[in-house]
Design a protein around this ligand. Sequence first.
Ligand SMILES: [Zn+2]
Length: 737
Amino acid sequence: MVELLAHSSVLLGNLERIRTKRDCAGCQSIVAALVGVKEVAEPDLPGLDARLRFDGRSFFCDLYPHRQEPSTSRGPMLWQIEPADATQRLYVARMKYARFMDANRIDTGLISSWIETCDRLHSNAITHTDGASPMTQSNLPFLYLIDLEQECLVRVYLDGGGDGSSADGPPCYVALSYVWGRVEIPTTTTKNLAQLQQPGALSPQTFARTSGTRLTRTIADAMSLASRLGIRFFWTDCFCTVQDGGAEKTMFINAMASIYYRAYFTIVASEGPHGDFGIPGVCRDKNGGPSVDPPPPPRDIICRHMTFPGAVLQTEDMMGHSTRSICEGTPWSTRAWTFQEAFFSRRLLVCNGTVSWVCRSFRSEEWVACEHGAKGTAHETPGFISDVPDWPDMKQFGRLVLEYAKRDLTFDDDVLAAFAGAAAVLSQSFRPGFHFGLPEMFFDVCLLWEGDRRNPRPLRRREGKAIRLPSWSWVSVKGALFLDMWMCFGSHFYAGGLLLPDPRLTDPLVRWRKTLLRPDGHLVPGEYVFSAVHENSSSLISGWSLTRQPGAEQTDYSFSHPTFANKTFSLPFPVLAQEKESNPQPETMYGAILAFTAKRLWLTRAERLERHPWLECPIYHTYVLRDDKGTWAGVLSDDEVDGDALEETFSHGDETRCELIAISKTRVRDWKYAEGYLLEWELDEHPSADRIEDAYDFYNVLWVRWQDQVAYRKGIGRVSADVWDRLELDEVDVNLG
Ligand SMILES: [Zn+2]
């Protein structure tokens, strides 16, 4: 790294050489930035030299032909800086002083200082004995952990006892989150379990000798990193779950949320596509690193900022600054299982080229020389389990689903299992829990998911091999979802005290009944999906109090309940007593089919809408619905799911004749509420378009198609109540799969 003082310049040299020189983050960053903003083209790099010049206010990069004298002021201005406080330290873009980074070595001293500060300032995020937490209440008698001092597997009892526990309580361990990928990874099995419990068994040399294969690089590096940070115990799935352990393995898989939650922190190894990539920057010299294994490649620390003594030069736009610590674009960020691992953890040590420390209060990045927890620094944290409130937060749930629905699974059968831990935790507030990924408490609203109309890429069907995923649930598709109905409901439901368009947001029209599929193929009706509306009259609703704002209009009120201190709601909802032993996965008890009776009618799927009438952006998968006379009736969002095996089996009759069943009715009085997501509001033909003060009543309808007496969702729409109520309807018994 070069030192650059005011009114000086430094020769960087040939751009091609800079690009291939892997040990100067600053020079690398400049070339990446020049190429990134198309200041120079890739093929021109060998023919160009560069000089970095600083005139006291701005950085310039002068470009000139290779081996010629630099002419002045030819190149682009990279960034302008403002001299800041009296000490003349330089601030750039409000980022405080930069830190030098070593491409070959992760600075464990820095990480230790983050941890120490975080323990001190943010201890609410790490309390071990958080009695109220659902995560510590799981029935987990013991864990296998790797003892990094004895270099072997130990069995640790969580209520005290075993090798790793102490009088102070359960052991302090670090968990690992990584992408297993398509590589062979040595594991613990019933066959080698006893061997791996011998002291030294997991040292690289001994392991190589006894097992005939070396430790997987990512796991070995993470163990080494944890050890250097002074942590004694370590948890990773491949060693700490006996892979052919039967019921014991199931117990650990079901307790995954608890395992990550209990961890002191989680190391996220997100560089590289698989578990043998390693964690660049972790030195492998302890216990014979290079002799057993070649040194790891240098870290990818080409970042959007380059560091100078006392200043940061930002080489790309500010918006991208957090993409490193959220691992954007890495395989790790696309996997469904790692979604849960990060969500359950209380703190993350992210190794993604540069190193970041993320707790629920703060995000520290290696390249920013800023104390962990320093005031006035913007931060955003991913969803953490420790942020889940004790009331049913629909918006948080919606954000989790949006993120999870994009994630990849090797086996689509795992879609519920990989979400089960999150669902179990959310069930503490969304009582009585979830049915195929939808909270029963707000089931009718949550059926109103759509594919993202702004996204040209269609949804893809998740095809379970062993289980049939229901077409009515978002778990059956992968891709970009549009959940504004959930979000609007969330906003209004919790907007107690505000003037509301209508307190009754969505009226269910259907009582949903779960079903069991007997081995002989017969469908047996099960219990009803819990309905907050139908239970409202019961004693469950007691305990709520209504507060009116003095002198305000009739609708200006809110509900509160002593269980949710300082929180008001637009409507009361049943507060179920928390059961001591909650059923962890009720989904597995029931089949995918919902049985119910509903009103239906047929409408024509007419012209496709190609531009959003209000936002003026292209939209996809969206159609106008018309009745037999051609009158405007509503809008339809076609699921248009890709890779739908089911699709092939439908008889291809009249594609435009849509069978619609009504599932709920919504009234909107406030046009502000409508314009964001009810795109039909702005259509010229919309009956309420000219009467903006009026209410818009519509039916939420499912577009279904049948196969073997089972209906499947094909799309979702809204039909204006004016139209629906004057058409002839029939009633139909539906088994919706
Ligand atoms: Zn912290």
